[in-house]
Design a protein around this ligand. Structure first.
Ligand SMILES: [Zn+2]
Ligand SMILES: [Zn+2]
Length: 343
């Protein structure tokens, strides 16, 4: 089967003929892939960014944003059967370790993540443990279903915080997660949603603006002044940093009002910030890492009902054979979400 494979510890990917996977454990499920999104982390693997190198073992079939159909199930699988349409968690948790027993499945200590430490979904077939799977309704197409995983990332960021109807929300970073976070904050009753991006994000910011959110270009405008102007001089009630950019925590501290909240979803490099500002403003900071099973059920509801309509975000699609083009397009920041399909 033709698959997108990261083979070498250097920039790039290869399209290779790989053996079709077969079930080797009783809790496994074989999926026929319908669509698989390219994640920001896949772009980091593609570029071979230093911080991503420990997160993957090579050679590896990439892709964890998978939607597909169950083809075959292991002997111990009771909740899924051939024909079920599903989306999959990167690693659903072992269910037995300390963190899984606390219900913190995203912190499982035995993570065998697909597309990183196990074969991923940029291929016609992929194997996942049953605990990673969630059923999707019959009317939901695989393209939209493949975006449920990033919706879950944005949703979990907001789940960690205390957003009340009428709050003002700033989102730093206009990538797919940032746009989804803006949509979710809006649907959750935010009074206003302001999205910050860079001049190179121009095309993405255009879409954000069309969606009705205020856009601020941080390397051209005075972002702190512009946010204060729109929030009675106080700053935003909530600031969600999904950018993964340098120095954004310090910016978030300047943007948030006294007693406000900051959520960190993006994996930004280490950068200095002033803890005195954090203390004096009595800011509450929430870290957010991937999602919980409860997030999946909510995200599937939101995407399948189109209360969160992900279709405008799906800007590119390519078969496995032309995956490189799709990666390059996203690296040029020309698209928002690209999907890889088997054919
Ligand atoms: Zn992802
Ligand atoms: Zn575990």
């Amino acid at each position: 089967m033709l698959a997108v494979v990261k083979t070498q510890p250097e920039p790039g990917i290869e399209i290779l003929d790989m053996p079709e996977p077969t079930l080797t454990q009783d809790d496994q499920v074989l999926l026929e892939v319908g669509a698989c999104g390219i994640c920001g982390s896949d772009l980091h693997f593609y570029e071979w960014a230093p911080h991503a190198r420990d997160e993957i073992t090579l050679p590896r079939i990439l892709g964890h944003e998978v939607a597909g159909t169950v083809l075959e199930v292991g002997r111990a699988v009771t909740q899924f059967k051939p024909g079920d349409r599903v989306v999959t968690e990167t690693w659903g948790g072992c269910g037995r370790c300390y963190y899984c027993r606390l219900g913190l499945f995203n912190h499982c200590i035995y993570q065998t993540r697909i597309g990183q430490k196990a074969e991923g979904g940029m291929a016609p077939y992929v194997i996942v443990p049953d605990i990673s799977l969630y059923k999707i309704p019959s009317h939901m197409n695989f393209d939209e279903a493949a975006v449920v995983e990033p919706v879950g990332v944005a949703l979990h960021g907001l789940e960690r915080m205390d957003l009340k109807p009428g709050d003002s929300v700033v989102v730093i970073g206009p990538g797919p997660i940032g746009i989804l976070a803006a949509m979710l904050a809006d649907r959750s009753g935010a009074d206003q949603v302001i999205v910050l991006g860079l001049a190179v994000d121009r095309r993405r910011l255009e879409l954000v603006s069309q969606m009705g959110y205020t856009v601020i270009v941080t390397d051209e405008d005075d972002a702190v002044g512009a946010v204060r102007e729109r929030t009675n001089g106080r700053g935003a009630d909530l600031v969600l940093d999904v950018s993964g950019g340098p120095g954004t925590f310090s910016l978030a501290l300047d943007l948030v009002r006294r007693g406000g909240q900051i959520g960190i979803v993006g994996l930004s490099p280490e950068a200095p910030f002033n803890p005195t500002t954090l203390a004096l403003k009595e800011v509450t900071v929430y870290g957010s890492y991937r999602r919980q099973p409860s997030t999946w059920y909510r995200a599937i509801n939101l995407v399948s009902s189109r209360k969160i309509d992900v279709r405008p975000l799906i800007t590119h699609q390519a078969p496995v054979a032309r995956a490189e083009e799709a990666f390059e397009t996203l690296l040029r920041r020309e698209g928002i979400k690209a999907l890889i399909t088997p054919n």
